[in-house]
Ligand binder design. Structure first.
Ligand code: PSU
Ligand code: MN
Length: 332
């Protein structure tokens, strides 16, 4: 039985939400009975992955979270409403926008939320938007593939993802495979340090920061104690309960080992895609930059980047759910 204060906390989180929020049955039940939840973003569905795989990947992420004992909450905007947890039909509708035939979705970062709500469009929420909305709903765990970051050449383009500033002000624990080397990994880590966002790595024992398709970047962050969910849960407990920290945390999960060889080859395609983006001036096109690079790496690798992407995001979802379950044990 959850304690009375835990039930009150959950009920408050529910009742203080604006009426524009629609919670799925499953999410409502998990929040009101104080069960662990894991949020999932939707830009990866609308703009990050092609229509051939996006629905399957989204469904697999939800399934592994459930299998690990937590409740998945995929977040998106539909028809002027914020959806926290999607019904099967809604997930299919969102995924179908990547076909570029019928309905279109807007890549929705946190600053775009009010506009997309007002236009009653379909919004695929980025890490920044998803973290903000999940946190409003009282969800503290969030899984995705890669976080946005500081782009290479940012000293000229100023292109720094709002994912980073959002993490510094939003109490959410993000599980991802670091970020793609379409970005500058050293600058991204520096920026997170300035913003007081701790970065942990499940890569044991040294805490190497993964570079998305490969577990190796040559950069080191704080290792998760024991390299396991129990250790991560303890870190979150310390930050939230001992230190009353309001910033989020980044938990980097390396891609499963069997994809490492392919990862080395994919890195070459990443380098070429970045070069092309500069040659073609795409690197100055704001929110289009990241989706363009993701698509180009997919083309150059003839789809092999997608298999790696799928494997890592599913794995990250599972690790996030296992950590959420461990954290709930500590909460009692
Ligand atoms: N990196 C990926 N896949 C993605 C994204 C980033 O490997 O799908 C998406 C995420 O939704 C992330 C967003 O929050 O791109 C960042 O976009 P920008 O760089 O424009 O801030
Ligand atoms: Mn940007």
């Amino acid at each position: 039985m959850p304690s009375p204060s835990a039930i009150r906390r959950a009920a408050n989180a529910l009742t203080s939400l604006p009426r524009h929020f629609v919670l799925s049955e499953q999410v409502r039940h998990a929040l009101s009975t104080n069960q662990p939840l894991v949020a999932l973003e939707s830009t990866i569905i609308t703009h990050g992955l092609p229509a051939s795989v996006n629905l399957r990947v989204a469904q697999r992420c939800e399934s592994v979270i459930e299998a690990a004992g937590a409740t998945p909450a995929t977040i998106a905007l539909l028809d002027g409403r914020v959806h926290v947890g999607l019904e099967a039909r809604q997930l299919e509708r969102l995924a179908s926008t990547a076909e570029h035939k019928g309905e279109r979705a807007v890549k929705t970062a946190r600053r775009d939320l009010a506009g997309v709500l007002a236009s009653k469009g379909i919004g695929g929420t980025t890490v920044s938007a998803t973290a903000h909305l999940a946190s409003m709903a009282g969800i503290e765990f969030f899984a995705t593939g890669g976080i946005g970051g500081v782009h290479r050449g940012a000293e000229r383009t100023f292109d720094i993802s709002s994912d980073l500033t959002t993490l510094s002000t939003t109490p959410i624990n993000l599980f991802c495979s670091g970020c793609k080397s379409i970005l500058s990994l050293p600058l991204t880590l520096e920026y997170l340090e300035t913003q007081n966002v701790p970065v942990y790595s499940f890569s044991s024992p040294r805490g190497e920061f993964p570079a998305f398709y490969t577990a190796k970047s040559g950069l080191y962050v704080s290792p998760v104690p024991g390299g396991a969910a129990e250790g991560a849960a303890q870190l979150i407990w310390n930050a939230k309960r001992v230190l009353r920290e309001k910033a989020g945390a980044l938990f980097a999960v390396p891609i499963p080992e069997e994809y490492e060889e392919e990862g080395k080859r994919l890195q070459e395609h990443v380098e070429r895609a970045v070069r092309e983006s500069v040659e073609q001036g795409v690197h100055q096109r704001g929110k289009e930059v990241t989706p363009w690079l993701l698509k180009r790496v997919g083309e150059l690798s003839e789809g092999r980047s997608l298999e790696s992407n799928e494997a890592l995001v599913v794995n990250n979802s599972e690790v996030a759910a296992r950590t959420a379950v461990e954290y709930w044990k500590l909460r009692g």
